[in-house]
Write a protein that binds this ligand. Structure first.
Ligand code: RIB
Ligand code: CA
Length: 306
């Protein structure tokens, strides 16, 4: 059983990842922390509460930073995930409220309370993780691992030719995380671009899980339309679900130990760069994946949802 906190900017593939975690028998989801990226932090927090309530989970949600560590705040683009973060699904107010505790403080406290056991899975920009590291030097020692959806070593970028979106949206925070050493795993575009979910896959999920699967199928129409227009693909990459699956099934990923630096300015801002001559400890970067096995696990477990 993996004790897990997901740091999220929901977001369509974030919703898939969170519902997967809700269905996974080997995940003890302890809560969510929220961050800007696909949407603003306020919308991410509202959406996180909404997803947990839809899944029938009474778990804490801690709202995170509202701006990057150094870069100025930005208005999220609605092009990929829609104005409200769930494609064309209209906004809805959750019943619950977030904690009166900032995400970074919640992460530090939970890492202390679950010393050596907590896996943190950031699937948005890394601002909250960097703040937790800066606020508590013990944080990186207390966590078991940090499994990031982010970066790209040889695949190129998705928001610019050089950068993956989560890293691009806060490169300074990502560089803080890359300095922190060997407990960090990057599940980046080198592997997530190998895992494609098609309209018929979402239809199959919805047939077996009418409520939550139906919600994901509805979101997927908007997301796949983006992939068709931008990449000519009849499907979408399982970016965030792949990171959550790497928390419990690391054996499905081929990992390479690489010291990483992050470009923090100019045309390459947000690029994750191998830095073999740096004094940094190697990050575990996923470079290969058993894509069919990851997709099958995703589809099988989502089918268990109501
Ligand atoms: O590049 C893909 C990542 O950026 C995913 O986490 C997606 O949700 C967006 O946040
Ligand atoms: Ca995300």
């Amino acid at each position: 059983m993996v004790k897990l906190i997901i740091d999220t900017d929901p977001g369509i593939d974030d919703a898939m990842a969170i519902f997967y975690a809700a269905a996974a028998p080997d995940i003890d989801l302890l809560g969510l922390t929220t961050i800007f990226g696909n949407v603003t932090t306020a919308t991410a927090t509202r959406n996180a509460l909404r997803l947990l309530e839809a899944a029938g989970l009474d778990l804490p949600v801690a709202a995170g930073a509202t701006a990057p560590l150094v870069l100025p705040p930005f208005k999220p683009s609605a092009y990929v995930h829609g104005e409200e973060g769930f494609g064309d699904i209209p906004a809805a107010e959750p019943k619950g409220k977030p904690l009166n505790e900032e995400a970074a403080d919640f992460l530090c406290r939970m890492a202390r309370e679950h010393k050596g056991e907590l896996v943190v899975c950031p699937i948005g920009p890394l601002t909250n993780i960097a703040l937790a590291m800066q606020r508590d030097p013990e944080f990186i020692r207390n966590v078991k691992s940090i499994v990031v959806m982010g970066g790209s070593l040889e695949e190129g970028g998705n928001i610019t030719p050089h950068a993956e979106a989560n890293i691009y949206h806060d490169p300074h925070a990502a560089d803080v995380v890359c300095k922190s050493g060997s407990k960090v795993v990057f599940v980046g575009l080198d592997v997530t671009h190998r895992i494609l979910c098609r309209p018929e896959d979402f239809a199959a999920i919805a047939a077996q899980s009418p409520d939550l699967g139906g919600m994901l199928q509805e979101m997927s129409h908007f997301y796949i339309k983006f992939y068709r227009e931008v990449a000519g693909l009849n499907g979408c990459s399982l970016h965030d679900p792949a990171a959550v699956i790497a928390c419990t099934h690391p054996g499905l990923f081929g990992m390479r130990g690489v010291p990483l630096e992050v470009s923090c300015g100019g045309e390459t801002s947000g690029a994750t760069l191998a830095a073999p001559d740096s004094a940094r400890a190697p990050i575990k970067v996923c470079m290969t994946v058993e894509a069919d096995a990851v997709k099958s696990l995703f589809l099988r477990r989502l089918a268990l949802l109501p």
